[in-house]
Design a protein around this ligand. Structure first.
Ligand code: SAM
Length: 290
């Protein structure tokens, strides 16, 4: 009996499951997966939520990482706080896309904002996010937030209302989001911004495909007198380095940074601060095309 191996009596191990998103044909990011929490096909896209040991819950749209519980704060703070602390007196805020709620929840931290409108094309993204990402969907319960299920492209074409800040928190430039990167769309956004309005957009990673970021920048420059590119470190996005563009009718994000309001509000933020506000606009030499 002494030769029976002890491991024979151990409980069976759970199978080890890995998910990989390819960022180029030759590299990507891999997560170990505890289990799949949700999988479905919406009217617009495939939607999955994975439970992972390293990044918590991870949302995928068409197999691409949209957000993870561990690092979503970087993207959502940087797309909202930079324009909010650049504009002198922001009262109204429009978000196009952003169905996971991370963006509106970071805007709702600001007491000076009176009205937040979100136009998301896919109702299922909102429903699934509310279930699996409760900590970032609290904004939907804020009385200032109005959720419109519809196409952001059509919405800005016909909007009679003006907004102080617009943020395009979209998926990548294909499928329903393709038109959210066009010259015409940016012109329509310009027209629905107030006289000193600001637009922020996510503008892809410049690391693998700087031309994608350049095209967004170029299209914005056709309508806006001031366009600045800034960067943030997001571990689960391709290359870990992500770009945003701030397009403005009047304010410059560095010259007009309202550091006093930032200090007075003392918001519970984890990435954004005064130093980051300024440093984010410092670009590596290789991106001196902007
Ligand atoms: N942070 C994310 C990223 O860059 O990976 C973006 C996430 S957020 C979930 C993007 C949202 O944009 C999706 O929920 C998608 O349904 C929405 N969207 C895509 N095209 C849209 C359109 N034309 N109008 C409104 N929402 C749109």
């Amino acid at each position: 009996m002494t030769d029976i191996k002890e491991e024979k009596f151990l409980p069976p191990q759970a199978p080890v499951i890995w998910f990989t998103e390819k960022h180029t044909p030759d590299c990507g990011i891999t997560f170990r997966v505890n289990k799949t929490l949700y999988s479905g096909k919406t009217r617009y896209q495939r939607l999955d939520v994975l439970d992972t040991p390293e990044f918590g819950n991870v949302m995928l749209l068409d197999g691409l990482v949209m957000l993870t519980q561990k690092d979503e704060f970087v993207y959502h703070e940087m797309i909202t706080q930079i324009p909010l602390f650049t504009h002198k007196n922001p009262k109204s805020y429009l978000v196009i896309g952003g169905g996971d709620g991370g963006t509106i929840s970071r805007v709702a931290l600001h007491p000076e904002i009176e009205k937040i409108t979100e136009v998301e094309i896919d109702e299922d993204v909102v429903k699934v996010s509310r279930k699996f990402f409760p900590e970032i969907t609290s904004g939907y319960d804020d009385a200032r937030v109005e959720l419109i299920i519809g196409d952001g492209i059509k919405f800005v074409e016909n909007s009679p209302r003006k907004y102080d800040i617009v943020t395009v928190d979209s998926t990548d430039p294909f499928g329903p989001a393709k038109g959210l990167f066009s010259e015409k769309f940016y012109r329509d956004v310009y027209n629905c911004l107030s006289g000193d309005g600001i637009l922020t957009v996510q503008s892809e990673t410049p690391f693998y495909d700087v031309d994608a970021t350049k095209l967004i920048y170029k299209n914005l420059r056709k309508s806006f007198p001031i366009v600045r590119v800034y960067l943030a470190f997001i571990p689960t996005y391709p290359a870990g380095i992500w770009s945003f563009c701030l397009a403005s009718k009047l304010y410059d994000p560095l010259a007009d940074f309202d550091q006093r309001r930032y200090m007075n509000l003392s918001l519970p933020l984890k990435y954004y601060n005064s130093a980051i506000h300024k440093a984010a606009f410092a670009l590596p030499t290789v991106y001196d095309c902007f």
